[in-house]
Design a protein around this ligand. Sequence first.
Ligand SMILES: [Zn+2]
Length: 205
Amino acid sequence: MDALQTLAEKFLKFPGVGPRQAKRFVYHLLSRGPAEISALEAALAALKKASAQCPHCFRFYPNTGSVALCPECSDKGRDPALMMAVERDTDLDAIRASDAYRGRFFVLGGSLPFLEQEPAKKIRIRELLTEVERAAKEDGLREIILATSANAEGEHTALYISKTLESLLKKYDLQVTALGRGLSTGAELEYADKETLKNALKNRG
Ligand SMILES: [Zn+2]
């Protein structure tokens, strides 16, 4: 495989990118010249060096020092009794930016397709079980808010998680809730505005 094809294959793995677009990215870089390619190289190296994954909520965040947990997990102002499980890092960013929620988070890393044979390859279900148990013991966790997308796959994901968490819920007397109907069907959390998020949180159950 030549260098153009190799890079195109990398872009093809990005969300929402098809083969034509992947090639367009490669030609775009080439047409911008060597300086642009060097700048991209530098940005990728910096990303690798100065980012980390939080061992509690599993989000990726810029890590410039020796802090072990992400800013949200180490923020004492956030209510440790609440844990909101979202599909993606971008959902977390949107909810954090909206200021509508003051609890902790957990990033599932995706959603669960119907008939998936190996759920643990699509979402961080094992990590969630471990974190729920840890938070229940150490942080006084009371409620897990499932904030998956308001579409069929999102609902399927939420149902699977509730079932899998069942014994832990009983053991630690925890409650599972889902965001209310403030979100229109099919709406992605990432694009919801502050008022919509506030209503969805208020109407959870
Ligand atoms: Zn965290």
